[in-house]
Ligand binder design. Sequence first.
Ligand code: FES
Length: 94
Amino acid sequence: MIVDVKVCMGTECSMMGNLNLYEYLEELQEDQPGKINLESVVCLKSCKEEPKISPVVSINGKIRSSRRIDQVISEIIQLIEKDEVENSNEVNKA
Ligand code: FES
């Protein structure tokens, strides 16, 4: 499974730190070839909602606050590792 990551680059989110997040995720994508589908998007519409959680990122369709870059990266790595464990279990069953 490829982890689908959409980083909001709308005005609010990019000013609040998502430019840095995108750079970190580009590096992570290079370190994990074929595991992450990284995109930048214009606005995930969370900036219009209360309570404010911007800046935001979408991870496999779930909106997350990206105020803590370390937590975003940790969640993505956990999804990659979980997928690797599940794939190795399926290989062992065969
Ligand atoms: S600018 Fe990021 S959700 Fe709107």
